[in-house]
Design a protein around this ligand. Structure first.
Ligand code: IVH
Length: 666
């Protein structure tokens, strides 16, 4: 092994170790800065020496292979579920049943039941080869590329004492802080919120783009080791050893020798779980000895050697005072229950979400009903039922979903396949108009110095009906309004003037096109370069852009199909807002490589790899890091890695050299 290869290997091992310290043990021993420095050194070495490429290198955490559909893979061992219990009585039954069946002493391992989405990882010769979701228990989706983005999942087992092949199962989780952050982002976009971290985790895992998955910062906790030649014949010990291999095995698991110890564990965690960084919904009890597990066996659906005890969700009873319907910027109607304030899980609850018309119908709610409110894994408390027995005398008015907009009276519509109702009067419905202007002025969009109250005042005074009207405001107009003085009026003028220098992608984001958030706006801007080109784009051209799917494409088309929207954009253009990327950025751009995915491999003599990468992008092509069925060309230099060469040959991908590539651009 030469010096460079040795350095690469040492860096990989060191970084894998630091990853483990940081993401699994939460006990980093070097600074982030130091970590990044080492990561960069490794990245540079790998760039310069593709012959030492390794798909398991810590630099490869963010995969770039886009797969449109997941492959289905059969589980080697079926993924069963657990029998659920809800009372200590049922736990006692389980314990006594087990004692009778075994007729000998046994130990129960108590663990937390993590509320995410389950995953089964296969390791061969110490390497992660496959990650499969539960699916139907018999077969699941191959989500390996996504799982590889989870920093706490070892790509390679630590140490060298592990079985040739094994499976480890666990739960993929979105920590509460990440969940809150994600929902906040979605709220700003008026996209449907995830009801709980479980939905968010499974939704994320099914994302087609691993880079999106990486950005959401999932985590994974492990609780079950399977295979032949496991380290031990007991579950607890196997998990303990798996922890030394680099897996995040929660250290809250306990060996219990009596029912008493089990109940103590339950009572303790029923409270203590509220301080955990991830969602839990119960306790899992497992017979420790694998021999005894085999003796007890399975029913059709679940093991006889394990059971889940579910925590009681926190629930309170209170009175339903009224229901209001709120209209958002996109016209979506949100029904909200107004409640007599009640204490629930440490906070006073006055409102609960009623989600949609179907839920309201299902609950058969009447004003004045005594209702049960629950705060399960959900952030917003929800009404789960009505105390029908508490009804006495005359029933209050039945709660029905409204048919017309509470703000403008327009009949509501409900798009096929959606649960939500919308007010279609986007041009004339006041909260929608004000909502769009509020969005337009936000910091991430045009960064104009006014808040919702000012927007309201300007709207009420009749000065603004859309974003473009802001640019027609005069100091004299403002001075006629309450609360405005010369100074504040001038400030607003300055802020409006400054907004004319805001880059195109933020102007695009500011329009508030449904599903066009900050990231999507950036993508569209760099793919189409100008508002004009985007207005002309067809469905096919839109979906050809990386990360733009049918839903976003259709929304963009719908937006520009509306004459009012086109007029608004034209007026904004007239007032001097940026409607294209700056010339410098566009210079030398062509579409010569449009639709082509090119992988760069090896070292070159005429330009650097970075320069080639920039050339591909400037000419409308896509540079990708790894060879797949979607690769059109490999731009190969000296010392192209043997793995890439082999894969290219297998997939029949064309290999071109520097000169040929440069000729393509002439
Ligand atoms: S053991 C055969 N342990 O709960 C036993 N499962 O209904 C396999 N879960 O699908 C599961 N925490 O997604 C086990 N500590 C834990 C768990 C756990 C959460 C989930 C898992 C499983 C479901 C069982």
């Amino acid at each position: 092994m030469n010096e460079i290869e040795a350095r690469i290997k040492a860096l990989r091992e060191e970084l894998a170790r630091h990853n483990y310290n940081y993401y699994v043990l939460s006990a980093p021993v070097i600074s982030d800065f130091e970590f990044d420095r080492k990561m960069r050194e490794l990245q540079e070495l790998e760039e310069r020496h593709p012959e030492y490429a390794d798909p398991d290198s810590p630099t490869r955490r963010v995969g770039s292979d886009l797969s449109k559909e997941f492959e289905q893979v059969a589980h080697r061992y079926p993924m069963l579920s657990l029998g659920n219990t809800y009372s200590e009585e049922e736990v006692r039954d389980f314990y006594e049943r087990t004692a009778r069946a075994l007729g000998e002493p046994f130990v129960i391992v108590a663990e937390l039941k993590y509320d995410g989405t389950s995953i089964s990882l296969t390791y061969e010769r110490g390497r992660l080869v496959r990650a499969v979701t539960r699916g139907d228990g018999v077969k699941g989706d191959d989500v390996t590329a996504n799982i590889k983005t989870i920093r706490s999942v070892p790509l390679r087992v630590l140490g060298d004492d592990y079985p040739e092949s094994f499976e480890i199962r666990g739960e993929v989780l979105l920590p509460w802080v990440e969940f809150d952050r994600l929902n906040k982002e979605r709220e700003e976009q008026e996209e449907p919120l995830f009801a709980n971290p479980r939905n968010a985790a499974s939704g994320t895992l099914k994302q087609q783009n691993p880079a999106v998955v990486a950005a959401r910062k999932l985590d994974a906790y492990f609780y079950y080791l399977l295979g032949e030649n496991l380290p031990s014949d007991n579950h607890y010990e196997n998990l303990r050893v798996a922890r030394t291999w680099g897996f995040k095995v929660p250290d809250v698991m306990r060996e219990c020798h009596s029912l008493r110890e089990i109940f103590d564990y339950i009572a303790y965690w029923d409270q203590a779980r509220k301080n955990l960084p991830v969602a839990t919904d119960g306790i899992v009890l497992k017979v420790n000895s694998l021999r005894q597990q085999r003796l007890l066996g399975y029913t059709a659906k679940s093991p006889r050697w394990a059971i889940a005890y579910k925590f009681q969700a926190e629930r309170a009873e209170t009175r339903l005072d009224s229901v209001s319907f709120q209209v958002g910027r996109t016209g979506a109607i949100t029904p909200v229950a107004n409640l007599e304030p009640v204490l629930l899980a440490g906070t006073v609850v006055k409102r609960a979400s009623l989600h949609n018309a179907d839920i309201i119908e299902g609950l058969d709610l009447h004003i004045g009903d005594r209702v049960y409110v629950e705060k399960g894994g959900e952030i917003i408390p929800k009404i789960v039922g009505v105390n029908v027995e508490a009804r006495s005398g005359a029933l209050g008015e039945k709660v029905r979903f409204i048919r017309t907009c509470p703000e403008c009276g327009t009949p509501l519509t409900r798009p096929e396949g959606e649960a939500a109702h919308y007010c279609p009067n986007s041009a004339g419905c006041p909260p929608q108009i004000k909502g769009r202007i509020e969005h337009f002025v936000t910091r991430k969009a045009m960064d104009i110095n006014i808040g919702p109250e000012t927007v309201e005042d300007l709207y009420d005074a009749g000065y603004v009906r859309d974003a473009a009207d802001l640019y027609t405001l005069k100091v004299a107009d403002l001075l006629r309004l309450e609360r405005w003085a010369e100074k504040s009026a001038r400030n607003l003028m300055r802020s409006l003037e400054a907004s004319k220098r805001v880059p195109f992608e933020r102007v695009l984001y500011g329009l508030g096109i449904r599903y066009v958030g900050e990231t999507v706006a950036k993508r569209l801007a760099s793919a189409f370069h100008s508002m004009e080109a985007l207005e002309r784009a067809t469905f096919d051209e839109l979906v050809a852009v990386d990360e733009i799917g049918d839903r976003i494409a259709q929304s963009v088309l719908d937006y520009f199909a509306d004459e009012g929207n086109r007029t608004l954009v034209a007026r904004l253009r007239e007032y001097g807002l940026r409607m294209a990327l700056p010339e410098e950025e566009l210079e030398g751009r062509t579409e010569k490589l449009k639709g082509l995915t090119i992988v760069i491999s090896g070292t070159f003599s005429k330009h650097s790899r970075e320069e080639y990468k920039a050339m591909i992008e400037r000419n409308g092509g896509k540079n990708s890091g790894s060879v797949s069925g979607k690769t059109d060309y490999i731009l190969a230099g000296e010392n192209m890695g043997p793995a890439k060469l082999e894969k290219a040959a297998k997939l029949g991908v064309r290999i071109i050299h520097e000169d040929e590539f440069l000729r393509m651009l002439e």
